[in-house]
Design a protein. Sequence first.
Length: 453
Amino acid sequence: MQGGDTRDTIAALATPPGRGGVAVIRVSGPAVPAIARAVLGHLPQPRLGRFAAFRDADGSTIDRGLALYFAAPSSFTGEHVLELQGHGSPMLCDLLLARLLALGARLARPGEFSERAFLNDKLSLAQAEAIADAIDAGSHAAARAAMRSLQGRFANQVSALAEALVQLRVYTEAAIDFPDEEVDFLGDGEVQARLEALQQQLRQLQADAERGARLRDGLTVVLAGAPNVGKSSLLNCLAARDSAIVTAVAGTTRDVLREQIDVDGLPLHVVDTAGLRETHDPVEAEGVRRARAELQRADRILLLFDDSQGLQAADRRLLEELEKTELPVTLVANKIDLSGRAPGAGRLGGRELVKLSATSGAGMQALIAQLKHSAGLEAAATPDFIARRRHLDALQRAAMALQRGHEQLVMAQAGELLAEELRLAHRALGEITGEFTSEDLLGAIFSSFCIGK
């Protein structure tokens, strides 16, 4: 555990700092019963809210509010927990925290309550991470998926896969213990069939986790194109407000503009860039340089052009330049209100195309559908849980280990090598739930949490 000891009693404000109607201070650890008696004058009955005065050392009242006591191990952290719900005054909260610290508690580190819940087997590591994901959710869909992860949806699927993997390890290692029967044992088709079934389950879990990670992280979309093709108008249309200045003067956007938007359940990080062209204006030239840097960080590039004029030579050069980098590009034919073309999705030269008007909004639903499709978040494939990049990495390492094991089985009938690959796959899956986790990883994960969680 990083920087603390589960024998300590910790305290922190569990609600956001600042003024509010209600503030909650949470205390967890072995000293909670003694602290409760000192602050409240008694130890409340477990799980029964009680209105009480929160008293200072001299007996004066710091605040009055609701006190809740949870006796170990029946609490969020698995330890004795006291929650004091008082008025949302920063000064009163400071006084109450000072009283708790004087009674032997220390200030909790970020994420330490959730960390203790994990260490005390109240949550898997994936469930603990889902707490932070629920708080940070960038869309309603992400919040719902995070809650399903918190309820164990993702962790249970990983655990079921790991259990099937353990059974296959036992079956395989039995062949190693009885070498006279190894050829028949490994060659009877049972091991291969079970291994291939595991690989198929893992592929499905990877696909689901990819969508869950995309729902959590969102899609970074960069608007690119020549000056005056409507990039800023499209940003404003997506954001449903005037985020960027729009004029008829080419080169109005000189710097990178960013908006975080929830579009039909998909968190979008939209980046509006300066028009890409050669210029002698040093300010505009810096904007073009920054625009090109943003292109390299995009999950998808929307390359806009004026549909009333068609693809120009400069647009084609830019498209060829982008395709050399293998960055995913969608062509956006803007200003169909001037060209008279019907809105919707299509193809142009074998490339994805969306025809729209950023000023009237025609064709925007087609663009949103295309973005959701590129993120794997169509309505029929809504993620069942949230996932993180480290989860995807662990699943990929598990898949690679199973593939190597399959090769050892089919090509060499090498039971020992297959067993080692199965062990590595099992360990990779265990990193997701926390069965195999280093202290450094725990420190990195929980340090990103809010204080009081």
